[in-house]
Design a protein around this ligand. Sequence first.
Ligand code: ATP
Ligand code: MG
Length: 501
Amino acid sequence: MANPLFDTLFARHADQSTTFLVLPDGAQVTHAEFLARTAGYANALAKMGLTPGDRLAAQIDKSPDAVALYAACVQAGLVFLPLNTAYTPDEVSYFVTDSGAKLFVCQANRRDDMKAVAEAANAQLLTLDDNGGGSLAQLADDQPDTFNTVDRSADDLAAFLYTSGTTGRSKGAMLTQANLLSNAQTLTEAWRFTRDDVLLHALPIFHTHGLFVAINVTLVAGGAMIFVPKFDLDTMIGNMHRATTMMGVPTFYTRLLDDPRFTKDVAQHMRLFISGSAPLLAETHVQFETRTGHRILERYGMTETNMNTSNPYEGERRAGTVGFPLPGVELKITDPATGDTLPDGEIGQIEVRGENVFKGYWQMPEKTAEELRPDGFFITGDLGRIDDDGYVVIVGRDKDLIISGGYNIYPKEIELLIDDQPGVLESAVIGVPHPDFGEAVLALVVAQKGAYPDVEQIAEGISKSLARFKQPRKLILVPELPRNTMGKVQKNLLRQEYGSA
Ligand code: ATP
Ligand code: MG
């Protein structure tokens, strides 16, 4: 027996003096140092009585030790459960209790707030700080720097990752070793990652994007990461000349473009810019190419499935699309009512199947049965179509679909038209309750910097291209759209706020 995920991602690098992490102050962590630290944590966890299959929940800041804790869980056969650092103790309490975590690791400065959380969940509580301190870190300091890797099979669970909660309460996606490993290998190849790559890593590491996509791909390739605590323009612009690749959410790209210091020269050393987690505006794609000469590569994935589609590395990276299904991933567009596959070009629900698809939601058999078909296809909750050349186009989430007077209205169609009007930066179209039609269309519009677009003119501008029933009943100018940490527009908040507008 062996431990496929640990062996492939980590163990291979155990004796290597190659650089794994570069920190903002220039300090470096080699693969060998990282693996020794990992073993320290794995020993500490085993000593605490954690045994294979136990869950470890962690709400900790981004740091090399936080990554070592993830690696230690894989090495010790534990299920790693990272939590959004923005969650309050009340929110954290749900996850720690729901997951049945045996150990909960938090920042030292939150220990007092989290004591009750751990007690209520019957979990032990230890701390880990981003400077390598904390009670768990101290335990690890005293441990040997090797550890007998626990045997695991590809089908064993490696992580519980809770979804972002954009459309409702977060669900714990059970991810196996094979889910994570197959996707990391596929992406490494698809995006041509090698040991020479240096990834500028500014994403949070409690989400699939920053944790599994970015870190696992780097580990499979054997490359390095410039590991910065968070996105910050000075740091990004200051470090880009040392990097070859970056993975970001769309707001990374819009913020870089807003800064005149971000020039072609700054991006010159880069090989690849990847975007995901939320839709990248076609306009951002075009502006980015004009500024830097690089075409951003957009891909599509989610907590439950890792990555499903990607624009090609070679070949046309088409703006406004998420590219083709990745090797090993089957994707179809189906009729939500019947589940039948629709002809290319028609809009329907996106379903995917492959080694990347999760095992189900933790302790939610009904929800799992609703979304995961017996034949292995997962109903993603996203709506999309396949264009003439096979590129997948996402038109939104099924929960954001507006049904007005019995007609289906896809917000994206209207948003794209509004975004094209003079002076408009972006928009969000939502359905709000309407006494006669069930729902009516409402548009929230954000102006470009320094522009003062007139809502009547926008309404007029889009009216020619839209059937009457799709035209917004009202357009409201707003200073910005509410976004979560991953840059996703939170339409549920907009519906709450403007539901009676
Ligand atoms: P919840 O499932 O709890 O409502 P969530 O779906 O936002 O939250 P995640 O798993 O973090 O949680 O996000 C996956 C979703 O992000 C996808 O289902 C899709 O709607 C969106 N997404 C990811 N990449 C892209 C992309 N390139 N373009 C458009 N949407 C994307
Ligand atoms: Mg989701």
